[in-house]
Design a protein. Structure first.
Length: 308
């Protein structure tokens, strides 16, 4: 821990400059459609299981190998496409969790090194899915170089407008594990891993996914779920996200060189005369109109969807 603190202190100025530049101009107004008006977050949440079958997982893994990237990056690209399609615009920021052990030095240390990392990608220009994956790969690699900057220091450096209604830098989190949790072996007992709903939500949407392996080591599917803010959305909306996620991880990637179709004919890309959000939302496949949230506050919001 002392080594980590010394390294962070030595790089503090450089890291702050990186994050200010990397997140300059990033959107701060949540654009995703909701079922209820956005007010001060109360933290209530719901949970829906999500499963990507083994054949789609194998397709994502094969694509990742061809493009010299990871399955996480392919899922990130698919999620960015979905967010754009749903009305979030072409400048997409999401959060993810990193283990905080970028080298071998802290491998044998006991402690909590995990950190929250902001990722930003550009989906403008109706790129093919292959081009979108190239953009996501380049952006993710750049942001990962500064993954050791504590999240609160990133918020302090960027200084985004603050509101009790939403998170200061992103509203969607993608938590991705490359292997399932290791289960203890207890004589006479069968131990299984089970996701439990907490009835809370830190963000508008949290996608928690884990890669599974078959007995031979091949892709065995991706399992997890979607945690959603119950004060904003009914169960119907995350159910639509679940269906769309499976579709984009499968059928959309099969047409890698064709335009991704991120923008529907009803919405069009930014700057081409899009209709107001409340009117556009009615045309989106899993959207309804939502009222704008309150004006940003300057208080030091802490925790959950008010984290910072």
């Amino acid at each position: 821990m002392l080594r980590q603190r010394k390294l962070l202190a030595a790089r503090a100025g450089e890291r702050a400059a990186f994050w200010r530049k990397a997140l300059a101009g990033a959107p701060t107004d949540p654009a995703l459609p909701t079922d209820r008006p956005r007010g001060a977050a109360d933290g209530s949440g719901g949970w829906l299981p999500l499963e990507i079958p083994a054949d789609l997982h194998a397709g994502l893994a094969a694509l990742a190998r061809r493009r010299n990237c990871t399955v996480f990056m392919t899922v990130h690209a698919a999620l960015a496409a979905l967010l754009t399609r749903a009305g979030a615009g072409s400048d997409v920021t999401i959060g993810t969790a990193v283990v905080g052990r970028p080298d071998s030095a802290p491998e044998d240390l006991v402690g909590f090194f995990a950190n929250t990392l902001v990722l930003r990608c550009d989906t403008s220009g109706n790129p093919s899915m292959t081009e979108l994956l190239v953009r996501v790969r380049e952006a993710d690699l750049e942001f990962l170089t500064c993954q050791d900057t504590p999240f609160d220091q990133v918020v302090e450096a960027v200084a985004p407008p603050r509101s009790r209604a939403h998170h200061p830098l992103f509203q969607v989190l993608l938590a991705f594990q490359v292997e399932p949790p290791r289960l203890p072996e207890v004589p006479g007992l069968t131990v299984v891993h089970r996701e439990l709903a907490t009835g809370t939500s830190k963000f508008d949407l949290t996608f928690t996914l884990t890669e599974q392996s078959e007995s031979g080591g091949g892709p065995g599917g991706i399992t997890g779920g979607i945690e959603y803010a119950a004060d904003l959305s009914t169960r119907r909306r995350p159910a639509g996200w679940r269906t769309a996620c499976s579709r984009w991880c499968g059928r959309r990637w099969s047409s890698r060189t064709r335009p991704s179709g991120l923008w529907s004919s009803a919405t069009g890309p930014p700057g081409t005369g899009r209709r107001p959000r409340t009117e556009r939302a009615r045309t989106l496949p899993y959207a309804t109109a939502s009222a704008p949230g309150p004006a940003p506050s300057t208080g030091a919001d802490r925790g959950g969807r008010q984290a910072g």
